[in-house]
Design a protein around this ligand. Sequence first.
Ligand code: FE
Length: 248
Amino acid sequence: MIKLYDKNGHSNMMIDDLGSGSMVQANQHIIVHGKEGMILDPGGHKVYSALFPQIASLMPMKGLKYIFFSHQDPDIIAAANGWLMVTDAQAYLSGLWMRFITHFGVDELAVKRIKPIPDEGMTLSIGDAQIKLIPAHFLHSAGNFQVYDTVSKILYSGDLGASLGQTYSLVENFDGHIQYMEGFHKRYLPTRKALQMWVKTVRKLDIEMIAPQHGAIFGNRELSSRFIDWLEGLSCGLDLMGDEYPIP
Ligand code: FE
């Protein structure tokens, strides 16, 4: 468990070592404020059983107020039912994916505790801490949100900033880190337009740290703005494809 922020009863913890085998490495992020908290993109079934006791060590399980799902991928929502059955938390997911999540076997009663996030985003409160759910549609999912914690000033960027194959948890050398991000960002993101919108949006936020859901995090202001600048200049997806698809 890595402590990203810890001040005046507010802490942000990251767990990055729960995956195994062929599973894509994923970070689980927990925000604790007082005796309450929130978990972001809690992951699939195998992660669930390992993560549960770790969260219980940070706060009373009854205090888990929110579960946030950035988008509909299985590494994010596969264990939704489990989380809802053993906690009193309310889950938040883009309204676009509400009718799809039941296919992961979410019980009818638990589904009522999953709230749709409107396209324009919203603000959640944990005590007096405001947590903003910021729209980042098409990066990479059509209904996609990121989380900005106004207390720690951490932007949780979901799949944006994902890196694969590096051995460290904190980026130190940005240029050396690009090779681990490039493949994912060029193929899983649809087009520059979405990136340009994101860059304009997040430049209005006061960001101390950017923490993706996969791979290493950008742990200070300088690295965070290097990452934003890199995405501003990146071509991806459709920008890199030709005029038609090949027929095999
Ligand atoms: Fe995804």
